[in-house]
Design a binder for this molecule. Structure first.
Ligand code: NAD
Ligand code: ZN
Length: 368
């Protein structure tokens, strides 16, 4: 545990306008008020929180006492990531006469970060905010990179803005209350980070599966910190996805298609797990990666209780169609960010490779 008042050694993310610290420390929530005050420097502070996370916080089950400042909550879940909620939360700030000297604390999972971050990005043309991620996915992925936004009926994350936070405060102790499915889902992004950038980190996850499944705080602290370092190193060099940031999309071309085709019945992390396996098979078929890579990735994902096969068959033609309509494609061919080995991505043509429909369908057979 980190005692109150000791120095927390943050991971630093740099962006076009400056930099921000990401604190990954057990007990960081004990110092929430102090860290928020240090990094927002705002006269008035409003917390915007996922209602269930806020209830846990107020009952001290996240490992700290209640938040004494004001808080506006929204119902938990992706269904809240809408323009309607953005308007309701913005209106609540206006009704409270929050001025330009105000700041926001975004507390909860990735939904809270994206939604409250978008409120901060647009409120009075932008006010500062601090992210307090409480889900595994939010700690090791969503809270880093400065992307904020909401969904529309035409697709996820279609309306949004880049708005880097003033700081990110991640307390791995808060993960003990996270529901099982959300917990396992978050692990898929950590496996992705190992695959794209760090073979030793991947091997560490293989060795520490039991500690990770048991939510050992020391293991979780290393996990979140190493993932944040990897994501920070990638986004720091490429904030707006012009080039190398594309490697973070490993597994995601297939994952987004699976989410769409199953109408989001499988979680994002489950879809990423399956996507990583299918895309490793594709990389092998295209001669980019060695054949055994997919088996190693699939082995770790399975041990971390993620699916390695689709629960029910899905027409591969439908999946290819969903991939073709993905907003990240350039020109006509579907493109993939592919690993060339454990811990290394293929540069290809600007970090992605085109693939034919036949090759994609064949790769999808590995998960059906
Ligand atoms: N901005 C980005 O770069 C980025 C990256 C990846 C994902 N995302 C977004 O993140 C969202 C998904 O994030 P998520 O999986 O965290 O979803 P989420 O925010 O809905 O949280 C998942 C569930 O966990 C609960 N929860 C969170 N922390 C808890 C805790 N400590 N204890 C108990 N329950 C807790 C929440 O109430 C919710 O029911 C998606 O909208 C996705 O688009 C954004
Ligand atoms: Zn993802």
């Amino acid at each position: 545990m980190v005692a109150a008042g000791t120095a927390l050694d943050p991971v630093v993310v740099t962006h076009a306008l400056g930099q921000y610290p990401v604190y990954v420390a057990p007990g960081a929530l004990m110092q929430l008020e102090g860290l928020v005050a240090r990094h927002l420097g705002s006269v008035r502070i409003a917390m915007i929180a996922d209602a269930s996370v806020h209830a846990l916080l107020q009952s001290s089950r996240l490992g700290r006492g209640p938040w004494n400042g004001s808080a506006i909550t929204f119902p938990p879940g992706e269904a809240s990531k809408t323009r309607d909620q953005w308007a309701r939360l913005s209106d609540a700030l206006l009704a409270g006469a929050y001025g330009r000297d105000s700041g926001i604390v975004a507390m909860g999972g990735g939904v809270a970060g994206d939604l409250a971050g978008f409120v901060a990005a647009t409120y009075l043309r932008g006010i500062p905010y601090v992210q307090v991620p409480t889900s595994l996915l939010a700690m090791l992925d969503a809270s880093v990179g400065g992307k904020t936004g909401v969904d529309t009926p035409r697709g996820k994350n279609l309306i949004g803005a880049f708005h880097p936070p003033g700081a990110v405060i991640a307390d791995p102790c808060a993960l003990t209350t996270l529901p099982e499915r959300d917990y396992h889902s978050g692990m898929a992004e950590a496996v992705k980070h190992g695959l794209i950038a760090d073979a030793e980190y991947f091997a560490w996850m293989e060795r520490e599966t039991d500690a990770l499944l048991g939510r050992d705080v020391a293991a979780l602290t290393h996990l979140v910190r190493r993932s944040v370092e990897i994501k920070a190193a990638v986004v720091s060099g490429d904030e707006r996805e012009a080039g190398r940031r594309a490697i973070l999309n490993a597994g995601h071309t297939v994952a987004h298609a699976l989410e769409q085709a199953t109408e989001y019945r499988i979680s994002h992390g489950e879809a990423v797990a399956l996507g990583l396996i299918a895309e490793c098979a594709l990389a092998a078929a295209l001669g980019v990666a060695p054949a055994g890579l997919g088996d190693r990735v699939s082995g770790l994902l399975g041990r971390l209780r993620l699916p390695v096969r689709l629960p029910a068959p899905i027409d591969s033609g439908r999946l290819v169609q969903a991939m073709a309509s993905d907003k990240k494609n350039r020109g006509s061919a579907v493109r993939f960010a592919l690993a060339r080995g454990l811990g290394a991505m293929s540069e290809g043509d600007r970090w992605t490779h085109p693939a034919s429909e036949t090759a994609i369908r064949k790769a999808l057979e590995t998960i059906t």
